[in-house]
Design a protein around this ligand. Structure first.
Ligand SMILES: NC(=O)C1=CN([C@@H]2O[C@H](COP(=O)(O)OP(=O)(O)OC[C@H]3O[C@@H](n4cnc5c(N)ncnc54)[C@H](O)[C@@H]3O)[C@@H](O)[C@H]2O)C=CC1
Ligand SMILES: O=C(O)C(=O)CO
Length: 330
């Protein structure tokens, strides 16, 4: 047990699993308050005034919020993406930001692959046919799908998760992989199993050659709106587009235009510019779209591993140690 002076005020702003909450409560003075729930907002605001540490996810931590948190030293995000944090303001205030890289890679890659398969083979549409009693004759050409095995995959973003997707595609489905990233990856060092199977490729070339384009990009100033009409226009006719990164990297009007008036075959989307997806978004019911409610990492095992890593990050930071996963701005 640490001394009373070592006990710090911690604000948990999204539910944590009970075992991880208990780890924090054993050492620190913890307030649990979710600002998205109107009845908990006053408690959240009160706790902000004295909190030295915060842990949670997917809430906009902006300048105004930080101005109400004068004691804050560390934020531990239960996510790998950090686009909801005002990074320059955190840096200016000397607040450390931790996140959860690595522990979710395989699960998110599984989700993206499921979406890729569902979009290519029209699984949701055809399952609904059975469910709704419309399977009254043999399936004809109008409902045929698109082979995945052997097709060329184009990856926009080739980081931890992009490489996990590439392994599934190249090793499991015999797909040549082209990728676009800020810099080429040293495959011999980072992913030897992908040597000779994944190629750093200029964007225009990738778009012209890929049958399936998967975006696995973080949201930043350089990627916001990056997937626009010119990108959809440069894709191979009949291509499929999957987004497992962040919704706002895509210009959704341009995506809709490519589906309705261009040659894009289908889109599989786990993420959207606005989440939850607004009821009036045409993407919600579009016949060529398979939409998921941002479930990339949402399995029992992985969400627990994320919470565990985030809790360890926070405990280490508050103990004056270097946390395992500090977000480093590139
Ligand atoms: N759908 C979901 O539930 C999930 C979504 N994500 C999203 O996926 C993102 C990627 O995660 P990781 O693979 O761990 O990140 P990472 O940092 O390992 O990889 C990012 C990749 O994007 C590339 N990139 C960044 N900016 C670029 C630009 N302007 N142009 C071209 N390439 C660029 C980098 O070079 C790198 O290859 C996260 O930041 C998060 O937003 C992550 C987990 C779950
Ligand atoms: O970790 C992230 O960035 C997510 O989107 C959810 O796992």
């Amino acid at each position: 047990m640490n001394s009373p002076t070592d006990r710090k005020k911690v604000l948990v702003f999204r539910e944590l699993p009970p075992d991880q909450l208990a780890r924090l409560q054993a050492v620190h003075e913890v307030t649990v308050a979710n600002p998205r729930l109107p009845e908990q907002l006053p408690a959240f605001q009160a706790a902000l005034a004295t909190a030295e540490g915060m842990i949670g996810s997917s809430y906009p931590v902006n300048e105004a919020l930080l101005a109400s948190a004068p004691q804050l030293k560390v934020i531990s995000s239960v996510s790998v993406g950090v686009d909801n944090y005002a990074l320059p303001a955190l840096a200016a205030r000397g607040i450390l930001l931790c996140h959860t890289p690595g522990v979710l890679d395989e699960t998110v890659a599984d989700t993206v692959f499921a979406l890729l398969m569902a979009s290519s083979r029209r699984l949701v549409e055809l399952s609904n046919l059975v469910r709704e009693g419309r399977w009254t004759r043999n399936i004809g050409e109008d409902l045929f799908g698109f082979d995945v095995h052997g097709k060329t995959l184009g990856l926009l973003g080739f980081g931890r998760i992009g490489q996990a997707i590439a392994r599934r595609a190249a090793l499991g489905f015999g797909m040549p992989v082209l990728y676009h990233a800020r810099r080429p990856v040293d495959l011999a060092l980072q992913a030897p199993e992908l040597q000779g199977r994944a190629l750093h490729t200029p964007m225009a070339d990738l778009l012209a050659r890929a049958d399936i384009v998967v975006a696995m990009l973080p949201l930043s100033d350089s990627t916001r709106g990056m997937i626009d009409a010119s990108v959809f226009g440069a894709m191979k006719p009949g291509a499929i587009f999957i987004n497992g990164g962040r919704g706002a990297t895509v210009q959704e009007d341009a995506l809709l235009h490519a589906l309705d008036h261009g040659t894009l075959r289908a889109a599989g989307l786990d993420v959207f510019a606005t989440e939850p997806l607004p009821m009036d978004s045409p993407l919600r019911t579009h016949p060529k779209v398979t939409a998921l409610p941002h479930i990339g990492s949402a399995t029992f095992e992985t969400r627990h591993a994320m919470a565990e890593l985030a809790t360890s990050n926070l405990l280490q930071a508050l103990a004056g140690e270097r946390p395992a996963a500090v977000f480093e701005q590139a």
